[in-house]
Design a protein around this ligand. Sequence first.
Ligand code: NAP
Length: 264
Amino acid sequence: MPMTIKEFVAKRKQELSQEVAALDKKPTLLIIQANDNPASDAYIRGKIKDASEIGANAILRKFPIDITEEDLINEIEKANNDPEIDGIIVQLPLGKHIKEANIKIAVSPKKDVDGFHPLTKFDPCTPKGIIDYLTEEGFAFEGKNAVVLGRSEIVGKPMAKLLLKKNCNVTMLHSKTTLEDKRFYIAHADLIVVAIGRLGYLNEEFEYKKDCVIVDVGINRGEDGKLHGDATPDLPVKIQTPVPGGVGLLTRLALICNLLETTK
Ligand code: NAP
């Protein structure tokens, strides 16, 4: 029986809290929020809880959504220069008047625990969390056919890059890939990472290898008001990560791993 993601995360948090206890300095994460988004509030609560569970500090600095780009960058620079702060994240989304790309490069690469800066040494949290989980599961990456559905900057592209680094044969599919090609690549995949934001897109109409592993990144609000993934549950494969209780937890875990790393 493979370990559930909840069990894996609990085990890793336990290990991380022991590592934190052995440090001279408590890791400190600064979360900068400049929105009034309830989903962001929930994500932030989760990040603060994770940090406290491993014995780290998390500080939230909240600004109005109409803060200017210049003022927001000044706040980030203050944090870049503050020796008490080890890691910085700027919670998305930001107001439409702010260029996200400028904010991502304002965070010092040394403190960029989200892994968004082009010079960062950290892997972005969602792909990193997925690789850590698959490694724990004993997934033998080398020479395996990995299909990544979706090519966003925060999930699809960095996911493909990390899988390539692990010597997988990586195929990226996107909205312009024909259904016929999708069927072909999916049927030959040993690993499918789906991150497209389409409720239940991967379903029984596709064929899968019976030993295939499906990692479902999607978070979609269904008509039932609940959260659902990009894949329908219980597909005929070896492992399928659940939504909720799947990649979201792995992403949060990767963030505290990066925080600990930067503090060390
Ligand atoms: P995004 O920026 O919304 O982009 C979606 C990607 O999916 C695009 O590359 C798009 O292709 C592709 N796509 C859309 N429809 C498709 C289809 N029918 N077939 C194949 N590809 C299709 O993506 P994102 O930010 O990576 O988010 C994707 C999903 O993951 C969302 O549900 C999001 O909420 C969730 N998410 C979850 C976590 C987590 O921690 N669990 C983290 C991040 C994101 P084109 O490039 O051709 O338009």
